[in-house]
Design a binder for this molecule. Structure first.
Ligand code: BDP
Length: 602
């Protein structure tokens, strides 16, 4: 899906700000046609933001079902004859949209954008009532999956197997968009290191397509071409480089004879990525990942996007020597992805397929029994949603140079032989949608090399390992030996690049001990040092992404004290001792020099 941008033929108006708001406590608001009038009550809500932490009312925070948003929108008077859309950066997890009394669209999948066409229901220069019902319920047809139960006194409770709070709301910007009725519908850009840029534009028949390649830094046109499909070569191209960036625009002009019909600018970078033995090469140079699995998670905002918080997070990543991140466990906002493209941050881009694992139960998890791949749990409908998420993620991010690996799932059950039947078509789908990038999934600790039945389907091995935390807790000596032994097994069996996508220890900021005492800052540092020794003893380990960048909110549970505390930073972004440990390590690592951002260069 293309982004909404202003061009000579397109216009975008932000609909962010305060919206009218009503919690649909009985989940009958659609039948009661709440959209057909001004919402009852006086509540307002911020867009973008999660709703959960905004109200001093537990019945709001814990509501399971529909939340109604509404605002009045004036269509600019110059938009007569244009196609008019409302574009949502995300609505978590499902949305129904009405323009006035008319339903204009529905979407499922809480972390990807969608647009609804309101052209036939609005008039240029006039106002219309825009209503959105956001539904936070997860069931077994969803990605991520979940299920809802009812208490004897009639309260609904949402259950899920993933370890982050089920924040809901309009988490990203909402925009009113005008574009020509005949317009650029899609474009795919691929590049080679000699500067060859190849494009494939989807546009209506009968229009001519002209291409200009514009250097974003200088504004100069550096190559030109004609036709919906074609290629051109940039002389002395600036390669998109980890730690630096380097972006071009593919300027597409559609014409009907001489008349310009549409102009769209697609940002891209000139870079290649490929796996070679146990290395991952970006622009034919081996890349070593330093960084984190992250979360879109902040106090008050929940999963709501904020540019200020985003910049603070990227500054901290730069300070600590991180050159990469994984969008654990769902696609991040387009603004975050734009920032990664612009500043050279390398991304492992993940679908929201998390918690597809009924073999882990107890502890923080909450399984309702049964096996993972079965009619009652992860079934054909779940797989169809999973396929849709892969398609939509790649459609959104395929032209982003920052994205170097698609992660199609986090810690699914990959021991059950049925996992193969489930995953085989999804891996094929990812490769069909994008033949240019490696495809991976993130493997759980209970599925080591001799038990995992799907790792051979993928290009890279991505492992989450908690030796010394969930196992051998407090005993780093045994942990080191066992981790080393397991990694050797992966190296021997697969000979593929291995990225440690999670390793971490919950740590309460301010707690100290001279002993190897879990939850202390001292233990977190010792734990990281042990892991570092293990990584450094294997050439095939080509990256380390510590879990997590910052403390984050989770559902309630005896293993979580106000959330997950594995952050190198606290939830309000203050460094723990671990942050200084990682900074010393990552800034001093020769192997991670390629891609390190120089804060002074900005
Ligand atoms: C892994 C999950 C991650 C959790 C983490 C943890 O991938 O979402 O938050 O463990 O337990 O299993 O901290």
């Amino acid at each position: 899906m293309l982004t909404a941008i202003d061009t000579p033929t397109r216009e975008v108006r932000s609909l962010d700000g305060l919206w009218r708001f009503a919690v649909d406590h009985d989940n009958d608001g659609v039948e009661r046609r709440l959209f057909a009038d001004t919402l009852p009550g006086t509540r307002e809500v911020a867009v973008p933001a999660s709703v959960n932490d905004l109200f001093a009312d537990e019945n709001v925070r814990n509501h399971v079902g529909y939340w109604f948003y509404q605002r009045t929108v004036r269509v600019p008077r110059g938009w007569d004859g244009e196609q008019i859309l409302v574009r949502f950066g995300s609505a978590t997890h499902h949305a129904i949209v009405w323009a006035g009394d008319v339903e204009v669209g529905r979407h499922s999948g809480g972390y990807l954008p969608f647009e609804v066409d309101v052209t036939d229901h609005v008039t240029a220069g006039e106002e219309f009532r825009l209503t959105v019902a956001v539904d936070n319920r997860l069931d077994k047809t969803c990605i991520p999956p979940g299920w809802v139960t009812q208490t004897p006194d009639g309260r609904r409770q949402q259950h899920y197997l993933h370890d982050f709070y089920n924040y809901t709301g309009l988490h990203r910007s909402v925009e009113l968009v005008a574009r020509p009725r005949r317009h650029v519908e899609d474009v795919t850009v691929t590049t080679e290191l000699d500067g060859t840029v190849t494009w494939d534009v989807t546009a209506p028949e009968g229009l001519t397509v002209s291409i200009a390649v514009v250097d974003k830094q200088t504004g100069e046109t550096v190559a030109r071409g004609e036709g919906a499909r074609g290629s051109a070569t940039i002389d002395n191209p600036t390669l998109w480089t980890p730690g630096v960036g380097g972006m071009y625009d593919l300027e597409i002009t559609l014409r009907d004879d001489a008349a310009v019909v549409d102009v769209y600018l697609q940002p891209f970078g000139v870079r290649t990525v490929r796996v070679d033995g146990h290395r991952l090469l970006i622009n034919d140079k081996p890349f070593y990942f330093t960084g984190f699995g992250m979360h879109e998670d902040h106090e008050t905002l929940g999963k709501g996007h904020s540019d200020a918080h985003m910049i603070q997070d990227f500054e901290l990543l730069s300070w600590i020597g991180a050159n990469s991140l994984r969008t654990s466990h769902y696609p991040y906002s387009e603004q975050i992805m734009d920032y990664c493209d612009a500043h050279g941050i390398v991304v492992i881009d993940e679908t929201p397929a998390v918690g597809l694992n009924w073999m882990m139960s107890g502890g923080i998890l909450d399984s309702d029994g049964g096996t993972t791949y079965s009619a009652e749990n992860v079934n054909d409908k779940t797989q169809a949603s999973h396929a849709r998420e892969i398609r939509e993620l790649i459609a959104r991010d395929k032209n982003r140079p920052s994205v170097v690996i698609w992660s199609i799932a986090n810690e699914p059950d990959s021991v059950d032989p049925e996992a193969r039947t489930y995953f085989e078509p999804l891996v094929e789908l990812a490769r069909e949608c994008d033949p240019t990038r490696p495809v991976g999934f993130v493997n759980v600790m209970m599925a080591p090399h001799d038990k995992c039945v799907i790792s051979d389907l993928f290009d890279v091995i991505m492992l989450n390992r908690y030796y010394g935390w969930y196992f051998q807790s407090g005993d780093l000596t045994s942990a080191e030996a066992l981790f080393t032994e397991e990694l050797q097994g992966w190296v021997d069996r697969y000979g593929k690049p291995i990225i440690i996508t999670e390793y971490g220890a919950d740590t309460v900021a301010g707690l100290h001990s001279i002993y190897h005492q879990p939850f202390t800052e001292d233990y977190q540092v010792e734990y990281l040092a042990m892991n570092s020794r293990v990584f450094d003893s294997f050439d095939a380990v080509i990256g380390e992404q510590m879990w997590n960048f910052a403390d984050f909110q989770t559902k309630y549970g005896f293993a979580r004290v106000d959330g997950n505390k594995k952050g190198a930073f606290t939830r309000d972004r203050r460094p723990k001792a671990a942050a200084r440990y990682l900074r010393d390590r990552w800034l001093g690592m020769d192997s991670a020099a390629y891609g390190r951002r120089d804060p002074l260069a900005d």
